[in-house]
Design a protein around this ligand. Structure first.
Ligand SMILES: [Zn+2]
Ligand SMILES: [Zn+2]
Length: 212
């Protein structure tokens, strides 16, 4: 393959990854939050908002299969029909890489202390979505589509209810690590009550932020 052929393949790959970031935004905003729990995708996502913890479960395998099918079973043959299989596979691979990058970034934002400027940004951007305003910041891995569609909010210090705190935010005494003082502030009691659990569920399914 010559240089111009390689450039076209690379462009198809980047286009596939870019298409994923758009799908990430649209699915999260409309198929998850706007549906308020109707359908499995919305219900599972809003359950994730109830506790703000990330756990692996079989629904992840369903999503992975679905997204791979859309890429390699949908987009690839379409591009092959219009152009070539090489471009179709390149586009579907970009789509899949974009998707798994998002999955990993999302999971790690919940599970691990951010280590870089980018992962610190992902965490603060995403936890503003969880704890500040669930109808903003629908993009997880990139801010572009929120900026384009007017749902981008630059977080100041994110208020994190102690009962929903992410374990990586805490030091060994159970207080916020000093390194996170500019990004987060802990509020409320660490103890969840039956009433707070019910309220967290109701507010998650209404796509409103949890109370302090
Ligand atoms: Zn999340
Ligand atoms: Zn969400």
């Amino acid at each position: 393959m010559n240089i111009s052929g390689l450039t076209v393949v690379a462009t198809a790959f980047v286009a596939g990854a870019g298409m994923w970031t758009f799908a990430e935004y649209v699915l999260h905003r409309f198929a998850m939050h706007h549906l308020h729990g109707r359908g499995i995708m919305s219900r599972e996502h809003l359950e994730h908002h109830v506790t703000s913890q990330w756990h692996f479960d079989v629904n992840h395998i369903l999503s992975w299969t679905g997204m791979l099918l859309v890429g390699f079973g949908g987009f690839a043959p379409l591009v092959a029909w219009a152009s070539s299989w090489t471009l179709g596979i390149a586009l579907a691979t970009g789509w899949a890489v974009g998707y798994f990058h998002y999955e990993i970034r999302h999971a790690l934002s919940h599970l691990r202390n951010p280590q870089s400027r980018y992962t610190r940004w992902v965490a603060r951007h995403h936890f503003h979505h969880h704890f500040g305003h669930p109808m903003s910041n629908h993009g997880v891995s990139v801010p572009w589509w929120d900026q384009v569609f007017g749902t981008y909010e630059r977080p100041t210090r994110v208020r994190v209810p102690r009962r929903l705190v992410l374990p990586w935010m805490l030091d060994e005494t159970g207080e916020l690590k000093a390194e996170h003082a500019d990004d987060y502030v802990l509020v409320g009691s660490p103890d969840a009550t039956e009433r707070s659990r019910q309220l967290d569920r109701a507010r998650a399914f209404a796509s409103t932020a949890p109370e302090d």
